[in-house]
Design a protein around this ligand. Sequence first.
Ligand code: 13P
Ligand code: SF4
Length: 316
Amino acid sequence: MSIQQEIKQLLKQKNTVLVAHYYVDSALQTLAENTGGLVSDSLEMARFGKNCDADTIIVAGVKFMGETAKILSPEKTVLVLDENATCSLDENCQIEDFSKFCDAHPNRKVVVYANTSAEVKARADWMVTSSSAISVVGYLHNQGKKILWAPDRHLGHYVQTQTGADMLLWQGACVVHERFKAHALEALKIKYPKACVLVHPESPQAVVALADVVGSTTALINAVRDRKETIFIVATDNGIFHKMHKVAPNKKLIEAPTMGESADCESCAHCEWMAMNNLEKLLKILKTGENEVKIDKSISNKARRSIQRLLDFTQQ
Ligand code: 13P
Ligand code: SF4
């Protein structure tokens, strides 16, 4: 029996569902889709886990995705493939410093990106994702609110330019998206003048400025599927190419350059933590039930409020 067949049997036997992000190994994405699970962006991963009727949710992604699933489904068992799979945004926004930052600006609404710990979400008024940040901040801005934003400064700056909101930004960054180089992208655009440039908003401002489409992972996949161009330059984690090739097999996809004076590879756009997810670890945790996500109840209850606000808002 192949490892995939063994995993499929165990998922069924244990009433378990696999929820995966677009950046993880393509074999995991295929399994999630073929077994009634989901492959998606971080917002839809959260919503799906909450609404499905499985007893156990296995999250193939990074730590904050497992925590969000557990916060929204406290009665379900949530497992992650590797407990060390984290995120530079989450790691660089520790609750002690973040709390002090919030305390220093009590007149601001605290809006945090999904890529944060349960504790940081518990301290926030709203959690947002890349697909929802502009609409939530725009809504708060229209109500006359000032924003305290954390942790991604590039996404924060992009949201600020799109909404005109008064935003105080935490200075975090995604180590993967920060590697994209505007000069090298400009050169690639000259080489492929008809290409459409797709950029995730965690990328630096100069790279975002060169984009035809700026959006969440789902928005970038939909752009490849729906737009009339046949060549796309893609500035996000290259794990996304699996789904892009699937939805648009005849289109040419090119990785946006990460090379630069200090880089040691031409395109290094792959998240080392997302890459920790694989089939072998999935089989192991299905057998052992290890890597269960556990969150303190009071933290979880507070964090749920900021996440639920977003789910309600995006369903309106
Ligand atoms: P999305 O919500 O766009 O999937 O982004 C999650 C992420 O971690 C991007 O680096
Ligand atoms: Fe975090 Fe960046 Fe990895 Fe996404 S790609 S999980 S933002 S480090």
